[in-house]
Design a protein around this ligand. Structure first.
Ligand code: HSE
Length: 428
């Protein structure tokens, strides 16, 4: 049986999970693949903390170069975009294949990293970068290879999904649920990467690259997080038959790609609307297969380790069989154009606070009509004794530029009391 040597850089939660999986399931992996996938080295600056996994003391090192020298596959699990980038390039240039879970790094530097992998004839695998344990990257690269991908919708951040689920179920405010999620360890002490949508954006950029054959980077990705979702909007959405989810949305329309991340009203009966708590879900639509849905844990030690070790195993099989680069990102520029934000078409939810006086509804709808925006539904709940009342409008599909122009004019109406709350709607 051929042996392929594995070295891990980064002995944190995921690194320890990957090491534990490689050790615990070594025999079953060998039986399934015919390859002895052997963990030989683990590097971390801190090699004294107990990681909950027993490894021989001489396997540990503080020098990542030891890993690059001794391993056939270097597993980068340090995160960040500086040391990790240097490490991966060094490993690739040393002729070593790399497995990484680093979404921020790939989203920003995918083109450069994959060029280095190609130049050196080695593999760079990254299943754990999107959807944690869900094998959605393998699905896009292999299972769905016969398809032209048309749309991808992803709930890609467990922290946000957990917060939105609890707000909806318990009628709790965003700030209270976030504080509780931090106390329980579901949300980071510095939560911005998750709740401001950037983590989802990194993942959306990677999925877009896989779907449409070029690295888009982060520039074309429009990002809005979940901080501005209020209970009031969740309740109106519910009343109108929708839930609000933070979605990564990737679409190809008329030969142009849109990549966006924002809170989105999704019909309650859609499968994605029913993905709750910390779970992730990705809907991929291909021209041949139609809609497919991938569901599971998007984070956590064991789920992420499952994806990392699947990558390690795939690369080990490639090496053992002398066929590196059997499956890899192949830039093929299927779709290079990117849709400008103002040109994106979407349905919208608009909530206004307006003075309860004659002619207000007419003035608001008049502005929308002036921008050629058609209303699909409108509610103004009956209230007594209030001078200011909510007005909730759902639109048919409209251009973002038209919508923004209309909102500017609506907010300038004397009877409109607050900034409009706006969310997009996707009917899936
Ligand atoms: N922090 C992410 C989440 C997992 O909450 O889903 C890592 O991308």
């Amino acid at each position: 049986m051929k042996t392929v040597k594995i070295g891990i850089v980064g002995f944190g939660t995921v690194g320890a999970g990957a090491a534990a999986t490689l050790l615990a399931n070594h025999d079953v992996i060998a039986k399934r693949t015919g390859v002895n996938v052997e963990l030989v080295r683990i590097a971390d600056l801190d090699i004294t903390t107990d990681r909950g996994v027993t490894v021989p003391a001489d396997m540990l090192t503080t020098n990542a170069d030891d890993v690059i020298r001794e391993a056939d596959i270097v597993v980068e699990l340090v995160g960040g975009t500086t040391f990790a980038k240097t490490l991966i390039l060094k490993a690739l240039n040393a002729g070593k294949s790399v497995v990484t879970a680093n979404k921020a790094l790939l989203a920003k530097y995918g083109e450069e990293l994959f060029a280095a992998a190609a130049a050196n004839g080695v593999d760079l695998y990254y299943e754990a970068s999107v959807g944690g344990g869900i094998p959605v990257i393998k699905a896009l690269q292999e299972g769905l290879v016969a398809n032209r991908i048309q749309r991808i919708y992803g709930i890609l951040n467990g922290t946000c999904n957990y917060i939105l689920t609890r707000m909806e179920r318990e009628g709790a405010d965003f700030a209270d649920v976030l504080a509780d999620a931090q106390r329980l360890g579901y949300a980071e002490a510095e939560p911005s990467l998750d709740i401001d949508g950037f983590d989802t954006a990194h993942k959306a950029s990677i999925l877009a690259s896989l779907a449409f054959g070029r690295w888009y980077g982060m520039d074309p990705v429009s990002v809005e997080g979940i901080r501005n979702i209020s209970l009031t909007d969740l309740r109106y959405a519910d009343e109108l038959g929708y839930r609000i989810k933070l979605l990564g949305i990737i679409k190809a329309i008329n030969g142009s790609v849109e990549i966006r991340v924002h809170p989105t009203l999704v019909p309650k009966n859609a499968l994605l609307a029913n993905i709750s708590d910390v779970f992730n879900g990705v809907m991929v639509e291909g021209d041949m297969v139609g809609q497919t849905l991938f569901y599971g844990r998007g984070a956590g030690r064991n789920a992420t380790a499952s994806a990392v070790v699947a990558d390690i195993t795939d690369v080990a099989v490639n090496i053992a069989n002398g066929c590196p680069r059997r499956v890899t990102f192949r830039e093929n520029a299927q779709i290079t154009a990117v849709t400008a934000p103002g040109d994106v078409q979407s349905r919208y939810y608009i909530r206004l606070q307006v003075k309860d006086t004659p002619g207000v509804m007419a003035a608001v709808t008049n502005v929308l009509a002036g921008e050629n925006i058609s209303i699909s539904s409108l509610i103004q709940p009956e209230t007594t004794g209030n001078d200011v009342v909510p007005l909730v409008i759902l639109t048919h599909s409209a251009g973002e530029a038209q919508l923004r122009a209309a909102i500017k004019n609506i907010e300038a109406l004397p009877a409109v009391c607050e900034q409009a709350r706006i969310f997009r709607i996707e009917d899936l």
